[in-house]
Write a protein that binds this ligand. Structure first.
Ligand SMILES: [Zn+2]
Ligand SMILES: [Zn+2]
Length: 204
């Protein structure tokens, strides 16, 4: 057992790696990585993220096709109603046997150039433990972070909360406040006095 293999996100792939045509079914829960969203919209670290799919071996790597279901917590940005529920997404990722990143191949083989286009693809990840382990921590984090909505509404026309008292305007559509501001009374009084003065001086 190496550190890579004991990671909670490790998927052992030794049976299928380097064997084109072989496929390994994935169906299980993985802990949510840290850093997905925030307190308003996100997935809490350690919550179970269900991953189902397959690792399919092709000539130059493993193709990971997966359906992800993550327990997302969220609240409406206007009325703060809790809107928790599963966030579902499908992803395809690639674990090349020869991984290149920023011009350096992790096996030190400088002749490999095919990895260059893969390095530019956001969903390409290196295999760990000499190619025996696919660690999906970074993959889950990247894909879930990207999937988090920037703005969540309980419904498209959510009326939000009353700015004065905070009451939910969806539940009280006729709610309003009689706004009476004494400052207008004071200004009206001043205006009347000024007008009276102007008339007085004009007639003089
Ligand atoms: Zn709302
Ligand atoms: Zn109000």
């Amino acid at each position: 057992m190496t550190n890579a293999a004991s990671s909670p996100w490790a998927i052992p792939v030794a049976q299928v790696a380097q064997r084109p045509g072989q496929s390994k079914e994935i169906d299980g829960d993985f802990p949510a990585p840290s850093g997905i969203g925030d307190r308003i919209v996100g997935v809490n670290e350690g919550e179970p993220v269900h991953v189902s799919g397959s690792m399919d071996s092709i000539v130059d790597g493993l193709v990971f096709n997966a359906h992800i279901s993550a327990p997302m917590h969220a609240e409406c940005t206007r009325c703060l109603k809790p809107l928790s529920g599963p966030k579902e997404l499908d992803l395809v990722a690639f674990f090349p046997y020869e991984y290149q990143h920023e011009g350096r191949d992790f096996k030190g083989d400088v002749e490999i150039v095919a990895g260059e286009e893969e390095a530019g693809d956001g969903n390409t990840y290196p295999l760990a433990d000499s190619g025996n382990v696919a660690d999906i921590e970074a993959l889950l984090r990247d894909n879930l972070v990207e999937a988090m909505p920037l703005k969540v509404l309980c419904k498209p026309d959510c009326k939000g909360l009353c700015a004065q008292c905070g009451i939910n305007l969806n539940e009280h559509p006729d709610h309003h406040h009689e706004i009476r501001d004494d400052r207008w009374d004071a200004l009206a009084g001043l205006k009347a006095r000024l007008e009276a003065q102007a008339e007085g001086t004009g007639k003089e």
